[in-house]
Design a protein around this ligand. Structure first.
Ligand code: SAH
Length: 478
């Protein structure tokens, strides 16, 4: 082992930092968060460090380095930009058998500060032994994204209940099962929802029982529009927790590939024109039956689960059946298509309001509700409209929109095969037909769409009369 990892308790203990620039300030911040008594020595100090001294957070000694400073401290950090001075600090520390970290200088350091993932009391430290701090930082980012922020609160609760857990589960095996249950079950879930009392009650209740009845739950997760980079960190963690994934047709395979390997994936996608109601009833039944068997069910939907995804009905069904649930939002198609087609959905000069609408109304609704709205300053985004363009056109014209209102259709938004077709309200249906636009596609209507041909940066751009389609950014820079 190149370096020996050690976690030190610095609470109330004196630590010396030599140097008082911004680099030193970052270390000061870190040490203060660990409860250390920080002494800073330097011939001059950055205003930020001076402010800390004024606020009483640190003790500041404005003087040249004096080895006597090392006499009463537990640890030394050299953060000056003078290598010779750093060297003499390291030497003075070594003479006193004190560990010394020289910032960004592994050769001079007898101790190194790792990259840290802090879920106190759980702390993860990563070191590359000074060989490649960038790799350690990248690893830290990855680990950071995988760990639930509620883990710290769970560990703190477990610490508080340690004795009670030991008494209620004297056998090691049973105790281990209990901790497993803590990590997977309703206690962590309640902490994640900021319901500390509920978490503690669930823990106490489980301890009072002989063994845990497995408690299942459903996570309603938005997978975003397709680009896996647009999945949220919470969504990724949910996919790693899942026993069963009920996935929609719109969810891209790249995202399913991120799921836990032994999760059972069930495709519950509704084909267009299929028997929607029976499919929906089947989804409801699957969620309830898997959760009742104690499983963690991820109901994975394209975009955001509560935007035109029937997620609301699914939550109502779960609530009626007493199944615990959480909702993880996703990036809805409107936001993704706007961003990836270079169409700002609002704009100080062109649009002050945004409407997300479905072009697929339930048959029993009035086919033309909310008539005669003004077209000015509005962006309208229509989901599920690609097969209903002639009807949508007629309806919007009837509502009073001008035939030359700028429009865009974004097909496969954020995916490698994205196409953006620009047109006017009058020509959109014909242009889309000419290019054989297909679902999934989004229709955007309003002045802001006229900015798209200039601002487009992703995928294929069609009919952008005002810009060279193959190099739209040149136009934007001109
Ligand atoms: N819950 C989803 C919407 C489901 S309705 C969301 O929040 O995005 C399905 C409709 O969404 C499709 O008919 C299409 O209009 C739109 N849609 C979903 N993903 C899309 C994508 N990648 N590109 C363009 N439109 C998309």
């Amino acid at each position: 082992m190149h370096l020996f990892p050690l976690f030190t308790d610095l609470k109330g203990r004196a630590v010396l930092i030599v140097g008082a620039g911004l680099v030193a300030d970052r270390k000061i911040h870190l040490l203060l968060s660990a409860g250390a008594r920080v002494i800073v020595g330097a011939h001059a100090a950055h205003p930020q460090v001076q402010a800390r001294a004024l606020a009483g957070e640190i003790e500041l000694r404005l003087a040249p380095f004096d080895p006597v400073w090392l006499d009463d401290v537990w640890l030394v950090i050299a953060a000056t930009n003078d290598r010779r001075l750093n060297q003499s600090i390291a030497d003075a520390a070594a003479a006193r058998r004190l560990f010394c970290n020289v910032v960004d200088d592994a050769a001079l350091s007898s101790a190194q500060v790792p990259a840290i993932v802090d879920r106190s009391p759980i702390t993860i430290a990563i070191s590359s032994g000074g060989s490649a701090p960038v790799i350690a930082r990248r690893l830290r980012e990855r680990i950071e994204s995988l760990f639930d922020p509620a883990l710290g609160a769970l560990a703190a609760l477990a610490q508080r209940k340690r004795l009670a857990i030991r008494q209620a589960r004297p056998q090691l095996r049973a105790r281990r099962d209990f901790y497993d249950w803590l990590l997977d079950g309703p206690v962590l879930s309640a902490l994640r929802r900021s319901r500390a009392d509920e978490a503690e009650a669930a823990l106490d209740q489980a301890l009072a029982q002989d063994t845990q009845a497995p408690a299942g739950k459903v996570l309603l997760v938005g997978a975003g529009p397709g680009d896996p980079g647009l999945l949220t960190l919470r969504g990724l963690r949910a996919l790693n927790e899942a026993d069963v994934i009920l996935s929609d047709r719109l969810v891209s395979p790249d995202i399913l590939a991120l799921a836990r390997r032994d999760a059972q994936v069930i495709d519950v996608g509704k084909a267009l024109g299929g028997p929607h109601e029976s499919t929906q009833a089947r989804i409801h039944a699957l969620m309830v039956s898997h959760a009742r068997q104690g499983r963690c069910v991820v109901r994975l939907k394209g975009g955001d689960p509560l935007v035109f995804g029937r997620g609301g009905e699914e939550l109502q069904h779960l609530k009626r059946h007493g199944i615990a649930y959480e909702v993880v939002p996703g990036i809805t198609a409107a936001l993704a298509c706007g961003a990836y087609a270079g169409i700002p959905l609002t704009h100080r000069d062109h649009a002050q309001s945004l409407t997300l609408a479905t072009a697929h109304r339930r048959a029993d609704l009035d086919p033309v509700p909310g008539k005669r709205q003004t077209a000015e300053g509005q962006t309208r985004v229509y989901y599920m409209g690609v097969n209903r363009l002639p009807r949508l056109r007629a309806q919007l014209l009837e509502d009073g929109l001008a035939p030359d209102t700028p429009c865009a259709l974004v097909e496969n938004g954020s995916r490698p095969d994205q196409r953006t077709i620009f047109a006017t309200l009058d020509t959109l249906a014909a242009t889309a037909a000419e290019h054989q636009a297909q679902s999934p596609a989004l229709i955007l209507v309003g002045a802001v769409t006229a900015l798209g041909p200039e601002l487009a940066w992703f995928g294929q751009v069609l009919n952008a009369d005002t810009a060279a389609p193959e190099m739209p950014y040149l136009q934007a820079m001109a």
